[in-house]
Design a protein around this ligand. Sequence first.
Ligand code: F6R
Length: 612
Amino acid sequence: MCGIVGYIGAQNSVPVLINGLESLEYRGYDSAGVAVLSEGVINIRKTKGKVANLRDLLLEQPAAGNAGIGHTRWATHGAPSDENAHPHFSNDDKIAVVHNGIIENYQELKARLQEKGYVFHSDTDTETVAHLIDDFYKQGNDLLESVRKTLNVIEGSYALGVLCTDYPDQIIAARKESPLIVGIGKGENFIASDIPAILKYTKDAYILGDKEFALIKADEIKIYDIDGNEVHHDVYTYSWDVEAAQKNGYDHFMLKEIYEQPKVVSDNLARRFSEDGKHIELDGIKLGKAELENINQIYIVACGTAYYAGLVGKYLLERMVRIPVNAEVASEFRYKDPLIDEHTLVIVVSQSGETADTHSALKLAKAKGSRVLGVVNAVGSSIARDSDDVLYTLAGFEIAVASTKAFSAQVIAMYLITLHIAQELGTLDEKNFVEIKNALMKLPSQINDILTKAVPAIRGFVDKYIGSKNVFYVGRGLDYVVGMEGSLKLKEIAYLHSEPYAAGELKHGPIALIESATLVVGVVTQEALFDKTKSNLQEVKARGAKVLAIAMQGNTSIEEVADDVIYIPRTHWMLTSVLANIPQQLFAYYMALGLGEDIDKPRNLAKSVTVE
Ligand code: F6R
């Protein structure tokens, strides 16, 4: 949500800012703008709509300067409009500010500033920050101190970039709960919400901590805590290259990311087993037998797709470790006064590591004394930093808003965590462990198999079912969870109304909605539940529904009730979720393609949801 990029150095900042903003488009936004400083004047260009509109505006009204800040805005306070787009000026055009996050006490601050004579030109919470810095500045503080004082009065979350005409050789950045990194160049430095924005120029960065701010000059970076004490961070070098943030010949990032899954899964399995192959070894997790014996329940907390990956974990852990596991969406968990304590392990799952609800859930869990295990993709993100133990999901950049490869990586993490806990607590014997391990190792080539063989059939099913208005995803156990993820993908990118249902629950209400040609996707990979789900599919078929089934190779009797079947390679019952989800991803992708939707940037959605 929202993207920030900033530059100071010998180059004209405008192309750097525009390229950076384009690389951050995946985060989701509805307006864009830049502020550039040259010869004592800050020029702001901003507009509703895409970065391409901003490019056009800059052709009509050029701007240049060696220091600049840029922003893509995802509207929270005030509609998407030119006025509400960032950057925002202080009243005398001396200070310009870009901001991600939400200033929760902005109304009270705004009223105070208005009493002092400040005039507001937008509906945003951000404009308050520009005026506040200005107010402290006018009281005789220098710019850095004015920013620090401002940080002490604003409440909520922020990543900020600040430019001031009196300090043409610096930009100031600050962060609390919204991501921001300071990119380190040679004779030039950067700020960015995420590394793709500046990867063209540098892979080295400081990851700002919570409530820290930085003074950035072309050849110097100083970082301070909120009390003004200088702090020192190690340089983090990103291993990804520019290629990783490009489509590389694919029409969409989503398709590229779907096809990256064999590698992602194999990366996540590499080096996770002891040399003798008999144990799981998870770097970064210090949850041994003693710690685990102290735990009497597990909570898995996340949002959206990450939550569904967590649900896979719930089914597996309960079945294999026989310990009570609750899976909750973070936005509910955080406000329900959950029954957790120091004997609870809370597993939080997040691709971005910045999701506001998940992060707040983590903080609540820690405040109640629970141990928090983060399953996170983005290195150095807030959730990774604040977790007691972190298992990184090694999915690389995920740029398409709809999550695909990150889900697969999260599910693999759930497999590994389950195996680890089961082994430590002695609920899994060596024979079963080896059997599951062997099946795990086959997953990358099995995914590859689906990706190379299933596409023509899936495209055919898309042609057949593209007119569907309502789609149901049904299954039992792990298949039900996979259906939830399939249904979400279809909603997100094809804008098709779809609902996941536990197959056995259909007859308790939703079956009333089944009519001629309603599409029902039946996920039937759990062999122990095969006959049960098959009967439920028979029931919808009898009421005129079209049934598209996803089943394991060999279970051909599903053809008795299904109009069409996609077969996945045979695997251990525990591991079907990853495989069964691949055809669902492709189905949603080709549906959205057929319907002409904006696949990588679906309406109203943002990649990293940093507001509640
Ligand atoms: C769906 C999707 C979202 C995210 C959710 C959590 O395709 O991407 O549902 O899974 O917003 O995001 P993270 O994993 O970054 O916490």
